[in-house]
Design a protein around this ligand. Structure first.
Ligand SMILES: *[C@@H]1O[C@H](CO)[C@@H](O)[C@H](O)[C@H]1NC(C)=O
Ligand SMILES: *[C@@H]1O[C@H](CO)[C@@H](O)[C@H](O)[C@H]1NC(C)=O
Ligand SMILES: *[C@@H]1O[C@H](CO)[C@@H](O)[C@H](O)[C@H]1NC(C)=O
Ligand SMILES: *[C@@H]1O[C@H](CO)[C@@H](O)[C@H](O)[C@H]1NC(C)=O
Ligand SMILES: *[C@@H]1O[C@H](CO)[C@@H](O)[C@H](O)[C@H]1NC(C)=O
Ligand SMILES: *[C@@H]1O[C@H](CO)[C@@H](O)[C@H](O)[C@H]1NC(C)=O
Length: 383
C-alpha cells in the first residue's frame, strides 16, 4: 500500500518534474525565438539605415530649416502686393499674370482702392520733392511705379515714397511701339497689386494741380476713364490710318489723343491683355503715324467706348505752336499762371458740368521746383 502510494506519489512527482522540464524547454525556445527575431530586426534595420541614411539626414534638415520661410496659408497670400518690384518675369509672363482677374464682384475683405502713379521717365525725377509733399500723410491710398532707362540707377533714400519703386524696364522711344510697351509694362506691374483701382500715367515734368483728397475723390467717384480720344478728320488724325489695319481696326473707330491717361482697372486689363489690335498697330502705325497717340484711344474706343470720358486730365500748352508743347521754366511760375491753368473751364464729369477739368499739368522744367514748392500750399492746396 505504502509503496503503491509512494509509487503513485513518485509517479506524480516524476510527472510534475517532466511537465516543468517541458515548460522550461518551451520557455527557452520562445526566448531563443525572440532573440533571433530581435537580432533579425536589428540587422534588417541597420541594413536599411545604410541605404536610406542619406535621405533621412536630408529630410531631417529640411524640416528643421522650415521656420526660415513660412508659406502664408490665409487669404493674405493672394491679396498682398509684391514686396519686391524687381521681379525676373519677361513681359509675356508678366502680362499673363497681370490679367488673372477675379470674377466675383464682391471682395471678401475690406479693399481700400489705391491710385497707382506711374512715372514714365528717362532717369531722374527732378520734381520728386513736390510729389513727396503732395503724397505726405496719404499712405495706403496710393502706390508708385517708375519706368526709366534700364541703365539708370535711382538713388532715393529709404524714407522716400520713390524708394525701390522702379520696375524692370527697357529702352523706349517717342512715337514708337516701344513707348506703348513701356506703358503696358507699367500697367501690368501696377495690376499685380489688387488694391490699385486707378492708373495714372505721368512724366517727370508733371505736377499735381490739387491736394490729394480732391484728386482721390475725383478719380474714385468717376464713372469714366480719362483717355483723350477724339475723331480728327484731318491729315494728322484719320490721315494716319492705314487700310491694311482692317478689319480689326476700323476707320470709324480711329481716334487720336494725348498719351497721358488716368484709367480704372478694367480698361487697364483691356490694354494689357490686347493681342488683337497690337500687331496691327505695330505693323501699320509706323513713324509718322505716332503710335502712342492712336493705339490706346482707338483700341479702347473699339472694346469699351462707354467707359471713356474721351478727355485727358493732364493739361499742356500747345499755344506756342510747333511740334512740341511748351516747357515752363522758373520765370513762368507765378500765382497768376497757376490759377490760369486751374480755373476758367467747364467740362463734363459724370455727365454733369464741372469746373475741375485738369488734375495734372506738364511740362515743368527742373528749375520750377523751388517756386512750385513756394506756391504749393497757397495755390495748389498741399504742403
Ligand atoms: C542722386 O544723384 C543725383 C545725380 O544723379 C544727385 O544730384 C543727387 O544729389 C543724388 N541724391 C542723393 C539723395 O544722393
Ligand atoms: C484739400 O483742398 C480742399 C479745397 O481747397 C480743402 O477743403 C481740403 O481741406 C483740403 N484737404 C486737405 C487734406 O488738405
Ligand atoms: C500701309 O502700310 C503698308 C505697309 O507698311 C504700306 O506699304 C502702305 O503704303 C501703307 N498705306 C498707306 C495709305 O499709308
Ligand atoms: C467699319 O466701318 C464701317 C463704316 O465706315 C461700318 O459700316 C462697319 O460696320 C464697321 N465695321 C465694324 C466691324 O465695326
Ligand atoms: C466717348 O466716346 C465714345 C465713342 O467714341 C462714346 O460711346 C462715349 O459715350 C463717349 N463718352 C462720353 C462720356 O461721352
Ligand atoms: C446725361 O445728361 C443728359 C442731360 O443733361 C441726359 O439727357 C442724358 O440721358 C444723360 N446721360 C446719362 C448716360 O446719364
Amino acid at each position: 500500500m505504502q509503496s503503491r502510494v509512494s509509487s503513485f506519489e513518485e509517479t506524480k512527482d516524476l510527472a510534475t518534474k517532466a511537465q516543468s522540464r517541458v515548460f522550461q524547454l518551451n520557455l527557452l525556445k520562445i526566448l531563443i525565438l525572440f532573440l533571433v527575431l530581435g537580432l533579425g530586426f536589428s540587422v534588417l534595420s541597420m541594413y536599411m539605415m545604410r541605404f536610406s541614411g542619406v535621405q533621412n539626414v536630408v529630410s531631417t534638415t529640411r524640416s528643421s530649416f522650415q521656420p526660415c520661410f513660412e508659406e502664408p496659408t490665409g487669404l493674405d497670400h493672394w491679396i498682398m502686393p509684391p514686396r519686391n518690384l524687381m521681379h525676373t518675369m519677361t513681359d509675356k509672363e508678366l502680362f499673363w499674370r497681370a490679367t488673372l482677374v477675379p470674377r466675383m464682384r464682391k471682395y471678401p475683405f475690406k479693399r481700400v482702392p489705391k491710385i497707382a502713379f506711374m512715372f514714365l521717365t528717362k532717369g531722374p525725377l527732378p520734381l520728386s520733392p513736390l510729389w513727396e509733399r503732395f503724397l505726405k500723410g496719404h499712405e495706403g491710398l496710393f502706390s508708385i511705379y517708375i519706368h526709366s532707362l534700364p541703365s539708370y540707377r535711382a538713388n532715393f533714400t529709404s524714407t522716400s515714397v520713390f524708394y525701390q519703386r522702379q520696375i524692370p524696364s527697357e529702352v523706349s522711344e517717342w512715337g514708337q511701339m516701344s513707348m506703348c510697351d513701356a506703358e503696358r509694362r507699367l500697367l501690368a506691374n501696377a495690376l499685380l497689386d489688387i488694391s490699385n483701382e486707378w492708373f495714372v500715367l505721368l512724366s517727370e515734368t508733371c505736377i499735381p494741380l490739387f491736394n490729394f483728397s480732391i484728386i482721390y475723390k475725383y478719380l474714385t467717384r468717376s464713372r469714366h476713364s480719362f483717355m483723350g480720344a477724339f475723331d480728327d478728320p484731318g491729315q494728322y488724325g484719320r490721315g494716319r490710318y492705314n487700310e491694311s489695319m482692317a478689319p480689326e481696326v476700323n476707320i470709324s473707330q480711329w481716334r487720336k489723343g494725348s498719351q497721358w491717361f488716368a484709367i480704372s482697372r478694367w480698361p487697364a486689363v483691356y490694354i494689357v491683355e490686347d493681342t488683337k489690335f497690337y500687331p496691327k498697330f505695330k505693323e501699320f502705325c509706323k513713324p509718322h503715324c505716332y503710335v502712342d497717340e492712336h493705339y490706346f484711344p482707338t483700341m479702347l474706343t473699339s472694346v469699351a467706348p462707354r467707359l471713356l470720358a474721351n478727355r485727358t486730365l493732364t493739361w499742356v500748352d500747345w499755344s506756342r505752336g510747333g511740334a512740341h508743347p511748351a516747357t515752363f521754366g522758373r520765370a513762368d511760375i507765378t500765382e497768376e499762371f497757376l490759377n490760369r491753368i486751374i480755373e476758367g473751364r467747364t467740362c463734363l464729369y459724370n455727365n454733369r458740368s464741372s469746373s475741375v477739368c485738369y488734375l495734372f499739368a506738364r511740362k515743368f522744367a527742373p528749375s520750377t521746383l523751388e517756386p512750385l514748392l513756394q506756391y504749393a500750399q497757397q495755390v495748389l492746396g498741399y504742403g
